[in-house]
Every structure is written in C-alpha cells, then in structure tokens.
Design a protein around this ligand. Structure first.
Ligand SMILES: NC(=O)c1ccc[n+]([C@@H]2O[C@H](COP(=O)([O-])OP(=O)(O)OC[C@H]3O[C@@H](n4cnc5c(N)ncnc54)[C@H](O)[C@@H]3O)[C@@H](O)[C@H]2O)c1
Length: 368
C-alpha cells in the first residue's frame, strides 16, 4: 500500500475529508502523516482522531515534508488556494509526488514554475478536477473520440451554484471568507472556484483546444468585491464555438454543472446532479438515455463504474477514480490518465485571460 501525507483538511474543512475518504475507498494508499492546519493543536486533534502517530503530526508543511520525504509516496495539498503554491513547491523540492486541488495556483507564473520543477525532478503532479473522474464523463469522451457526434459545432457548459447568493463571507463562514478574499482565493471568487471546472471539463470531453475567449465577470450580490457570476464566449482550434456560464449567486441552484455538446451527427447532454445518465441524440432520431453500468458503456468508461446500474455513484467515487489513476502511475509508471499540473497551469491562464477580457469591456483575448 502507498503511504501519503496531507497538507490542509483540518477540523471543519470542506474537501480534505473527501480526499481521505476517496483514498480509503480505493484501499491503495494509507494516510500516515499530516499538517492539517496552521494551528498545531488542530492538526493534533484531527490527526489523533484519524489514528495517526503523534510524532507524525507537524506544525508546518516544511517540517513535515523534510522529515517525511523518503517515508511517503505522495502528498495531498487541500489548503485554501493561496497555500497551494508554497506547499506544492516544498513537496516537489523534497522529491515528493503531489496531488493538489484546484484552482492550481493564484498566478500562472507560479503554476509554470511548479510544472517546470516537477518535470525537472521527474515527479508526478496532479490536480483534482473532479468531474474528469465520473464514468459518464468518460463515456461522453469516448463517444466523441469514436465520432458519434461528428464534427462539434457548439459547446454549452454551465456551472451554477446558489450558496453564495447571500453575503456569507461577512458572517464568519470559513469557506466563503477566504474564497472572497483576493489575497487568499485569488483574483476571482467564483470563476476560480467553479468556472475552473468548466474550463477543464470541456476540452477533456471534446478534445477541443480553447484558442480565444471573451468574458464578462459580474458581481450580483451587493457588497461583494469579486465576481460571483460570469459568462464566457469561446472559440476553439476548429470551427466550434461555445458559451460558458458559471455562478455561485444562482439562487436555488445546488451543484448544477451541465455539459451540452452539439455535433453535425448528434448531440450529448450530461448533468452532474443526475450523473449516471447521458442523453445522446443521433441526428434525426429520438433521444437515447445511456445508463451507467448497462451494456452501452464503452471500454474506457467501464473501470470508472463500480456499482450496478440504478445504484447511483457520484462525487466521492469520482475523486476515488482520479486517485486510482494517480496511484497506478506512481506504482507502475503507466501513462497519466488524470488531470495534471499542465492542466492546472492552463486553468490559471484561463482565469487570467477572463479577468483581462472582462476588465477591458469583454474584449476578445487570444490564448497562446
Ligand atoms: N475538486 C473539488 O471539487 C473541490 C471542492 C471543494 C474545494 N476544492 C478546493 O480545495 C481547496 C480547499 O477548499 P476547502 O473548501 O476544503 O477549504 P477549507 O477552508 O474548508 O479547508 C482548508 C484547510 O486547509 C488548512 N490550511 C490552510 N492553510 C494551511 C497551511 N498553510 N498549512 C496547513 N493547513 C492549512 C485550513 O486550516 C483548513 O483546514 C481549495 O483550493 C478549493 O478550491 C476543490
């Protein structure tokens, strides 16, 4: 079994526990060390609860990586965004493979540095763009690859949430507070938080490369300084066009990630809140619903499906699927089939391009 350490994911944290449960679900890696918080007492509290040895609970990530390098196979970075860059860098400098959550870094210069460092040290650097781990997302990708949709004409991806439809960040809400603080969350609030998933999902599924965009980032909730809603027009390296919408001020929406792809032979729709179903419409025919676990599943999607059809799978299994591929690469050196540091870098460049476009009155920006 592989051994890993975690940075972030302390008491009350949102996503660190999900990473731990996903890794436990796979049974391929064991948590052995942690710096779960900037506060050592909090790290001790949760570390002991998780059954870790007291002498493997650390006051700082630097101390942990220095003393654990050689004893762990990888580290997981699940801190607030501003702490990704320094902690991933420290791990890489000590020769440790890293899984980091998104958005990868605050600036693209930081992301470039980390990608170069990982490459120089021949280390595996991955980013948890979770939706790449869903079986029906893999199914959609493979159907497009084999030509079921023909040439893609238009992509529409939206990711509305409603949990920031009120000024939660002034109420002491931990996750809202740092996300709304440019020093800790980055130059955008909701674009980095949920728009980043849209940016990754579209090319992952369609194979299209984004070449140009025009963005309008809005702040819908009075009193907020950063964006909580945005619309982005997109162009790709083919004649395909697209439109993205993300929001965290979409009152009543929970986690409404939806992807619709329209080709000259057929269309596909996938909705994250109904993740086991993919709606496929060949041109001139009625829609078909492809159900996870049923015989229509394609070879690349089958390993991502674990329970019989009609027994829903979702977010936790998607994290676990990404970790399966990541751990397989560490153990057996197989070709990475998970979102990498390069994907994370492209995501940060996308955020910067959207900010520039929006500040300049929604002008078109060419992506290098
Ligand atoms: N992939 C996904 O679907 C997904 C979902 C939610 C959050 N996220 C990302 O995960 C990250 C964490 O988000 P969250 O909502 O869990 O945040 P959170 O505030 O709930 O948790 C962050 C944790 O990191 C700890 N921390 C911060 N700085 C630290 C440091 N220097 N050293 C050690 N610990 C430190 C905090 O004490 C806290 O326990 C963010 O980057 C967020 O964008 C990704």
């Amino acid at each position: 079994m592989l051994k890993y350490a975690m940075i972030g994911g302390g008491p009350g944290a949102f996503v660190g526990g999900v990473h731990r449960r996903a890794l436990a679900l796979n049974g391929t890696a064991k948590l052995v060390a942690g710096c779960f918080s900037r506060d050592l007492e909090k790290t001790r509290a949760i570390g002991l609860e998780l059954g870790l040895d007291e002498d493997r609970l650390y006051a700082t990530p630097e101390e942990m990586t220095r003393l654990e390098a050689g004893d762990i196979d990888f580290a997981v970075v699940v801190t607030s965004n501003e702490a990704h860059y320094p902690n991933v860098k420290t791990c890489l400098e000590y020769g440790i493979h890293v899984m980091c959550d998104k958005p990868f870094t605050i600036t693209s210069a930081q992301a470039e540095e980390l990608v170069a460092l990982a490459s120089e040290k021949e280390l595996i650097l991955a980013v948890t763009y979770t939706y790449a781990g869903y079986p029906m997302v893999r199914q959609a990708r493979e159907m497009i690859e084999r030509g079921d949709l023909g040439d893609i004409r238009f992509v529409n991806c939206e990711y509305p949430q409603g949990w920031l439809a009120e000024m939660l960040e002034t109420t002491g809400h931990t996750q809202a507070s740092w996300r709304a603080d440019p020093e800790r969350g980055g130059a955008t609030l909701s674009l980095g938080d949920v728009g980043s998933h849209v940016e990754h999902l579209v090319p992952f599924v369609t194979g299209l490369n984004l070449t140009r965009l025009a963005a309008r980032l809005d702040t819908l909730v009075e009193g907020r300084t950063l964006d909580d809603n945005g619309v982005i027009l997109t162009e790709y390296d083919t004649s395909a066009r697209g439109m993205y919408w993300y929001s965290q001020a979409a009152t009543g929406c929970v986690n409404g990630l939806k992807l619709r792809i329209f080709g000259d032979k057929g269309g596909l729709e996938w909705f994250q809140e109904d993740p086991d179903h993919l709606r496929y419409t060949p041109i001139g025919h009625p829609p078909q619903i492809i159900v996870r676990g049923m015989p229509e599943m394609l070879p690349g999607a089958i390993p991502y499906s674990h329970t019989p059809p009609g027994h829903p799978e979702g977010w936790l299994q998607a994290f676990a699927n990404i970790y399966s591929a990541f751990c397989a690469t560490i153990e057996h050196g197989v070709t990475p089939d998970f979102p990498t540091g390069e994907d994370g870098l492209r995501g940060v460049r996308f955020i910067e391009a959207c900010v520039e476009s929006s500040r300049n009155g929604t002008t078109w920006i060419d992506l290098a």
